[in-house]
Write a protein that binds this ligand. Structure first.
Ligand code: GLY
Length: 399
């Protein structure tokens, strides 16, 4: 099969790497890809906002199957368009992806289906949200309702911070329309974990869990980023917790979406907090996480193409998806200044010195043509994720 991967990050490089290991995959194209995907696939430049253009690329390259990486094309309806044009694709429809692109919708779905989550209130009027914050003491979480490039969630320790976050969303409109509605959420203490399940809309695969770390500095300090690293599987992710999360959070969500007529055929990604009273859903996404994909895909024993085709075809119930035992750790290398201003165009070397079993999944890299040949340079703030596996977390970290 000829497979197309949509996206340009380290998550998409990891998808391409895993597909490349499938005996069923003849060739891969990545749109637009990066300096790393170009070694395993053909990069095709195109804006991800041009859905018709993406479908045209799939037709003109005779693509047999497409995997969508990022959230925005899913929210824009890329899967619906591909399906209308008879192009097989892995990912949720626009309406199924609502679980990710509207936090108020996700909250209502959880309320209606008794899926444990923090208490929350939804506000469309700034004055009402402000009044609510002014009457609330202690920490509170402010969330822009829509997609905000991973930057729309504010964990606020007091009223002043919460009012600042509200201003950013509803007055300064930093996130545009995504922040015109906000969700104010109860702050919970516990261990955060990202949980993933393949789904064909009715069945789910066994779950896999990973932790991601969002703050820039060691010791969970400094500004939030798109994720500085991840590891699988967290030490506290035990069989009993997995069972509880599957039975009370993931399966009921898949069933509720199917009952609404919008089944998720793709990856359901639940962002959870495990509190002393049990696991609660902080948010849902409808895709692979980044940087979590970089550490869970190396642990996927099943052929990725088999799994994604089974999800799209509604055949997941007929196959076993298996996750390997062992651990996997990924650390994101970033440019100085990230997540603020940073320079690009730095030459990258040293990748040839990595041990054979250490993986480098590129994100902000590109090949620059120079008279002496192509040179790999940085083109973004998040440059790559370096990934190592081991029989234990300690071994993976040491590698
Ligand atoms: N790990 C965060 C995300 O993918 O949204």
């Amino acid at each position: 099969m000829k497979v197309m991967v949509i996206g340009s990050g380290a998550r998409e490089h990891a998808l391409v790497w895993k597909l490349n290991a499938s005996p069923q995959v003849d060739s891969i194209i990545t749109v637009p890809g990066n300096g790393g995907t170009s070694s395993l696939s053909a990069n095709v430049a195109a804006p991800l906002t041009d859905l018709a253009g993406l479908a045209a690329i799939a037709h003109s390259h005779d693509v047999d199957f497409t995997i969508v990486g990022p959230d925005n094309p899913l929210a824009d309806g890329v899967v619906d368009l591909f399906q209308e044009q008879g192009l097989p694709v892995f990912g949720p429809s626009q309406e199924a992806a609502r679980i990710e692109w509207s936090k108020s919708f996700a909250g209502k779905l959880m309320e209606d289906n008794s899926i444990p989550h923090p208490a929350r209130r939804v506000f469309d009027q700034y004055a009402n949200a402000r009044d609510y914050v002014n009457k609330h003491s202690g920490p509170i979480v402010v969330k822009a309702d829509g997609l905000a490039l991973g930057k729309g969630v504010f964990v606020c320790s007091d009223q002043e911070e919460a009012l600042g976050a509200l201003d950013q969303c509803m007055v300064a409109r930093t996130f545009g329309t995504a922040g015109d509605r906000v969700v104010l959420e109860e702050y919970l203490e516990g261990q955060e974990v990202s949980v993933f399940a393949f789904s064909d809309g009715a069945n789910i695969s066994p779950l896999i869990a990973a932790s991601d770390h969002k703050r820039i500095r060691d010791g969970d300090k400094g500004p939030n980023t798109g994720g500085m690293g991840s590891y699988a599987v967290p030490e506290f992710w035990k069989k009993k917790l997995e069972q509880e999360v599957g039975d009370t959070l993931v399966a009921p969500t898949i069933n509720a979406l199917a009952e609404l007529g919008t089944p998720v055929k793709g990856m359901l990604y639940a962002g959870l907090i495990v509190t002393p009273s049990g696991p609660r859903v902080l948010e849902f996404n409808a895709r692979f996480g980044d940087p979590e994909a970089q550490v869970i895909l190396p642990l996927l024993e099943t052929d990725l193409l088999d799994a994604v085709v089974a999800c799209a075809d509604g055949n997941l119930g007929r196959m076993d998806v298996c996750w390997r035992k062992g651990s996997c750790v990924g650390v994101v290398l970033a440019s100085p200044g990230y997540p603020g201003d940073y320079a690009t165009g730095y030459e990258i070397d040293g990748l040839g010195d990595l041990d054979e079993d250490v993986l480098a999944f590129h994100a902000g890299t590109m090949l620059e043509s120079r008279p002496t040949g192509d040179v790999l340079v940085t083109s973004g703030g998040r440059v790559m994720t370096i990934v190592a596996q081991g029989s234990s977390l300690e071994e993976a970290i040491r590698k």
